[in-house]
Design a protein around this ligand. Structure first.
Ligand SMILES: [Zn+2]
Length: 92
């Protein structure tokens, strides 16, 4: 299955803009487009939730919205692992 072909907008394009979307630096029209896509596309939504978590954690540990890439990657990695562990343990 390939995500994106059933959408007007390409998923990779959305995910690129999600970073800006989280920063609230998009125009309203673009924000709506992304929100709509996230509602229809689970893979993109997963990615977005992850980013939102990273943002929150970064803000808490740095006091800033703009964390160094290394810290971002570390948090993202940790969150990904948590997600994987959660999906494994929720089978019972
Ligand atoms: Zn998508």
């Amino acid at each position: 299955m390939s995500c994106g072909e059933h959408h007007d907008v390409d998923c990779s394009e959305i995910l690129q803009r999600v970073y800006v979307f989280i920063d609230n630096e998009l125009e309203d029209a673009s924000t709506e487009e992304i929100r709509q896509h996230l509602e229809e596309c689970a893979p993109c939504l997963d990615e977005y939730d992850l980013e939102r978590c990273v943002k929150k954690l970064v803000h808490r540990s740095c006091g800033s919205d703009h964390a160094p890439d290394a810290l971002r990657q570390k948090i993202l990695l940790r969150l990904t692992r948590i997600q994987v562990e959660t999906s494994i343990t929720t089978t019972d």
